[in-house]
Design a protein around this ligand. Structure first.
Ligand code: ADP
Length: 317
């Protein structure tokens, strides 16, 4: 019997009658390697899900303390403008972080159920990247990183959902800032290579160990962190990114020379053929004066309805 290292067998011994009237013994071996492997991967998935729930609880609770303290601060120092501004900015940051986590969670569940729909259009990826960089600028500045955005002068037309692509590159840029120690260098580079657009988001941060490179795109995957790295996350961002890139007929890969050597994420998306190219018409932002309206608010959360009513009231409705 040729038994290999990772194979598992079950066995059974039976007594049988031999033709000459004697008794014999027969031993059956069953190859249960596939079953064993399936059990192991189920246990692994179950363990990761439990870890994920613990991380989720932790990450959702994290912003609550500063939010609560901010509210207390506003209550005890209502007329101090400087305190008010600081508390307000801090609370907004914490709330935005929470909204991002919850949006990611909802996306993950939509992706797992296969109900994500893309609003496809022909778009210039340079517009998306400019927008992403603008939105991330304050986060990057707070970490004292330098950011270089390197785009070609020629349009990079792709067929895609600009909101979802913004999410993809926003996530990569956010990670680059998160996983790079203060004062790091981040670059976003895009170019046309044959029939593709290739975008790289590179940093000189904590890097990724070689054996972890393929795992970072797995659901709930988080490379072990040192305790001083408190920038939260759920380990689902890159999984969502990979799905979204796949839905755009693209692919994503990561390279890192190892821990402490920075990381480079590379996204490849098919270019729209030049003939089919439709010039992107910049949608005009109209800034017409707001007319007071009568608005009916319906919500099963009374606080949410009241708060919305107060806000709309303040806006003149
Ligand atoms: P998280 O919410 O933990 O950031 P992601 O799915 O975005 O989850 O990333 C998965 C893991 O990949 C992260 O926990 C981190 O360990 C690693 N990672 C992602 N981006 C980088 C990067 N730019 N440099 C180093 N490690 C990274």
């Amino acid at each position: 019997l040729d038994i290999k290292a990772r194979e598992s067998y079950d066995w059974k011994i039976e007594r049988i009658n031999l033709p000459d009237g004697e008794f014999g013994v027969v031993c059956y071996f069953y190859d249960i390697s596939t079953l064993k492997q399936a059990q192991e991967s189920l246990q692994d998935a179950d363990r990761r899900k439990s870890e994920f729930l613990a991380t989720l609880a932790h990450e959702l609770r994290n912003p609550l303390a500063p939010l609560r303290n901010g509210l207390e601060l506003l209550a005890i120092a209502p007329h101090n403008q400087a305190t008010w501004d600081q508390a307000h900015a801090m609370m907004k940051r914490q709330l935005d972080q929470m909204v991002r986590l919850i949006d990611d969670l909802m996306d993950l569940s939509r992706i797992t159920r296969g109900v994500v729909e893309l609003r496809m259009g022909t778009i210039d990826l340079r517009t998306v990247l400019n927008h992403v960089v603008e939105s991330s600028r304050s986060f990057i500045q707070r970490h004292d990183h330098t950011l270089v955005l390197d785009l070609p002068t020629e349009p990079l037309m792709v067929e895609g959902d600009s909101m979802r692509l913004t999410q993809v590159f926003g996530n990569l840029l956010n990670n680059a800032a998160k996983y790079t120690d203060l004062g790091g260098a981040i670059s976003v580079h895009a170019e046309q290579i044959v029939d593709d657009v290739v975008v790289t988001v590179a940093d000189n941060g904590i890097g990724i160990a070689t054996d972890q490179l393929t795992k970072v795109f797995d659901m709930f995957a988080q490379v072990e962190r040192t305790s001083d790295r408190v920038q939260g996350g759920l380990g689902i961002g890159l999984n969502i990114v990979k799905h979204l890139v796949g839905m755009h007929k693209g692919r994503i890969e990561v390279a890192s020379e190892g821990l402490g050597k920075g990381s480079c994420f590379r996204v490849v998306l098919p270019l729209v053929s030049v003939r089919a190219k439709v010039p992107a018409t910049a949608s005009e932002v109209t800034t017409a004066p707001v007319l007071p309206r009568r608005i009916l608010i319906v919500d099963d959360n009374e606080d949410a309805a009241n708060m919305m009513a107060m806000l709309l009231g303040k806006l003149g409705h």
